[in-house]
Design a protein around this ligand. Structure first.
Ligand code: SF4
Length: 145
């Protein structure tokens, strides 16, 4: 696979931004987007720039420091596809996805299996999974009673 293809692949942060925008009727101020998507500008801006390059979102200057981010038609189609994929997996809760620590992690661009920061050894991700399993077993017990 070429580097260009890699650069144009939609990763978890881009997916999160697209799903957040579709939840917000397709547009949002950039300054609000990070909070709504459960990320931060350091991780979010490169992802947003990639989505703009791919023609999936636009950024419009509203005033000196305020930008509006909007899904394009192509972005809306892509976001709907992603939303449909998420909804066919009943366990996937979009609010739960927004809490995945990787979305707001400053190490996401260097994280990978075998790297210094890795999902295999990450305490934050481990704690998130542990809490998810605990929550699911609690809900399972409540449903059984
Ligand atoms: S696995 Fe851990 S270090 Fe890697 S991106 Fe996720 S939270 Fe960050």
């Amino acid at each position: 696979m070429s580097n260009q293809q890699n650069n144009d692949e939609i990763g978890p942060v881009e997916v999160n931004i697209l799903l957040t925008l579709i939840r917000l009727n397709g547009k949002c101020l950039q300054k609000d987007l990070w909070k709504m998507a459960g990320t931060n500008s350091k991780v979010g801006i490169p992802a947003l720039n990639k989505l703009i390059r791919m023609g999936l979102v636009t950024r419009r200057k509203v005033n000196e420091k305020v930008y509006e981010i909007k899904l394009t038609r192509k972005g809306l189609r892509e976001a709907r596809k992603l939303e449909a994929k998420a909804s066919i997996i009943p366990e996937v809760d979009l609010n739960l996805l927004a809490t995945i620590p990787c979305f707001y992690c400053p190490y996401i661009s260097s994280c990978g299996v075998g790297h210094e920061n890795s999902p295999e050894t990450c305490e934050l991700l481990g704690n998130w999974l542990y809490n998810l399993i605990k929550l699911r077993s609690t809900l399972g017990q409540e449903n059984a009673t």
